[in-house]
Ligand binder design. Structure first.
Ligand code: AMP
Length: 177
């Protein structure tokens, strides 16, 4: 399993989707899965940029992971986002022999990210919500990089500010996909 990290607007979904289309990974985005399974409470939290409850996330993610074919590797986007989720992931991946093998960190400045999100205009892309999501991203990075880095998992930092094509090329090269 591969984890992809990056601030809102870094291009995680664009890049992961391109890799999926090429058959190199199976992209699983928690944000996307949640948007397809909106309840009132999920919608309210997402609109504020707040995390949805673990119970909801685990149920949806477990189903998606169980249903995914064995190959190509899963590229998980938006998970784990807190320590309880990290423990859940480690437990699930050990039980199912799909441990985290690599981490991609798509990096971009806050200014560039903000200008991209301004153009995208998703419901949770307003200034206030974006700042909550940025703070969350910084926590995600610390959690994931510290824990998996200590376990010896390779972390590739990729400049996400280049063109879509160049970022895609850099990812394929670094990941040897
Ligand atoms: P993203 O598409 O990754 O920017 O996520 C959009 C929103 O979905 C987040 O702001 C959260 O409200 C929710 N979300 C995504 N991933 C998670 C997660 N692992 N745990 C809880 N909520 C999440």
């Amino acid at each position: 399993m591969i984890l992809i990290l990056g601030p809102p607007g870094a291009g995680k979904s664009v890049q992961a989707e391109l890799l999926s289309e090429k058959g190199k990974v199976q992209w699983l985005s928690l944000g996307q899965i949640l948007r397809e399974n909106l309840s009132k409470d999920v919608k309210r939290r997402m609109e504020k940029g707040e995390l949805v409850s673990d119970e909801v996330v685990y149920g949806l993610l477990e189903k998606a992971l169980d249903e995914a074919p064995a190959n190509p590797p899963i590229m998980l986007d938006g998970f784990p986002r807190r320590y309880s989720q990290l423990e859940w992931l480690v437990d699930y991946s050990e039980r199912n022999n799909c441990e985290v093998s690599m981490i991609i960190h798509l990096m971009i400045s806050e200014e560039e990210a903000l200008s991209r999100l301004d153009k995208r205009g998703r419901l949770d892309d307003d200034v206030e919500t974006v700042s909550v999501r940025f703070r969350q991203y910084k926590k995600d990075v610390t959690l994931v990089v510290n824990t998996f880095g200590e376990r010896g998992v390779t972390i590739y930092e990729i400049d996400g500010s280049d063109t879509i094509e160049n970022v895609q090329k850099a990812m394929i090269e670094k990941m040897s996909l």
